[in-house]
Design a protein around this ligand. Sequence first.
Ligand code: PMM
Length: 273
Amino acid sequence: MPPFAVMGVVNVTPDSFSDGGRFLEVDRAVDHGRALAAAGAALVDVGGESTRPGSDPVPAPVERDRVVPVVAALAAAGVVVSVDTMKSEVAAAALDNGASLVNDVSSGRHDPGMLPTIADRGAGVVLMHMQGEPRTMQQDPRYGDVVAEVAAFLAERVQAARAAGVDPGSVLVDPGIGFGKTIRHNLDLLAAIGEIGRVASAPVLVGASRKSFLGRLSGVADPSARDDATLATTVWSLRAGARAVRVHDVATTVRAVRFLDVVARATPEGVAA
Ligand code: PMM
């Protein structure tokens, strides 16, 4: 992984189930993923089940049929792919079709087969913290000390991944911004990224892109108009010690991250090569 990796988001959650719609959907997702890689995404995250607050689960075969053609086409085009799933059946099919990493928002708790499946295939994993489940997680989330609890949870999941045989060098952790968190919880976690990474002994990925807490803080209702707030959060996260961000607007993020690197290398004499 480069020093700071940008993960691009490709959601394959179709609104049309007709065959024609389905092929168009796959083509569109593949084109989008290729464009994100060309814009500088180190990896592209393909998901077939929405985990937004209030969303309902999708049966494994449906999710698998959504993501596998997209994963296979992107991997064949040389794109590094992660699959955003909580189900080992979907993860196995994606890994067998070219994905390199599993992004599991349940950290392997939803499906006991998940960590062994990842270990089996020598793949990487993102372990994310979530309180509750997507359908109900934003109904009054509570913590004693959110930073301590999330960090301890992630440390325990890192141990569980190691115990299952997952390569320790291929594990990232994620505080799960917006997953059973109030605005205050999200801000406390963003302020403590360095500590979370130290406690969990793993690089931290942050996924704040276009999330509703940014909308509420900035007064911007339309998610696709929240990229300014997302970029500010990315710069904050990077400075706080994050090693990766999961974003929708890859091109601007990559340019900003490269510019920050130029600033970091600048001296009164100019910029070191
Ligand atoms: N957020 C979403 C989906 N998957 N995965 C990780 N690791 N971290 C996140 O914050 C995360 C995720 C929901 O966002 P979307 O609906 O915009 O994809």
